[in-house]
Design a protein around this ligand. Structure first.
Ligand code: ATP
Length: 194
């Protein structure tokens, strides 16, 4: 079976960018956050559970997940957020396991924003953290998502502190400079995993 490397990082750290580089170097990446967005629209059992937890308005008239509604509901309610994760997480884990069965490389990567928060690192061979200084991350997200400094900072404040993630990570990529250096660092790190 392939070794699973958990790839993570806070908002704007560059984890998706690193994931694309990893794919360019020939390794498969499972995008947990992307997949979960598909799963909430496709899995009927999951849909029922979410509506039960957060209300019918969790889905629009076409049966599509109302991300804004759900995000607003759970943003300041840790308990609800936890319950929502308890519904979505097992479905994503099953989806990942099915994906894994089709993999033939010796290393595969699992990108997930909540690797440490959900203790998913325990199911990985190693964890790989992408990090950068707060100011740099905020600026990048402001440019990418057209948000204000304060809006990005508010999201960041809800996430696990960077220093905690740094303590737990097996490998760390510091993304404080340019994309060229990021790609070089990525290459070094992934080919040195043993
Ligand atoms: P989120 O969790 O918010 O989705 P992320 O960790 O996946 O963020 P990316 O989307 O990869 O982060 O990067 C955030 C933004 O910063 C993107 O627009 C990306 O192109 C840009 N970026 C990332 N790293 C660098 C870099 N070293 N130099 C310049 N731009 C960068």
């Amino acid at each position: 079976a392939p070794k699973i490397i958990g790839l993570t990082g806070g908002i704007g750290s560059g984890k998706t960018t690193v994931a694309r580089f990893i794919e360019e170097f020939g390794f498969p990446v499972y995008y947990s956050d992307d997949r979960s967005k598909t799963i909430v629209n496709e899995n009927e059992e999951l849909k029922l559970k979410i509506k039960e937890l957060l209300g019918e308005a969790s889905y629009d008239e076409n049966g599509l997940y109302n991300r804004k509604f759900v995000a607003d509901k759970v943003f300041n309610n840790r308990d609800l957020l936890h319950q929502l994760n308890e519904i979505i997480h097992p479905a994503v884990r099953i989806d990942f396991e099915n994906w894994l069965k089709g993999q033939t490389k010796y290393l595969v990567f699992k990108e997930t924003a909540l690797l440490f928060e959900l203790k998913l690192n325990r199911q990985c061979y190693k964890s790989l953290l992408v990090t950068a200084e707060d100011n740099i991350r905020i600026k990048r997200v402001m440019d990418r998502d057209h948000k204000t400094y304060r809006e990005v900072e508010a999201v960041m404040e809800k996430q696990m502190p960077e220093r905690d993630k740094i303590k737990m990570a097996d490998c760390i990529i510091y993304n404080n400079t340019n994309l060229e250096e990021l790609k070089e660092q990525t290459e070094k790190v992934i080919f040195n995993i043993e």
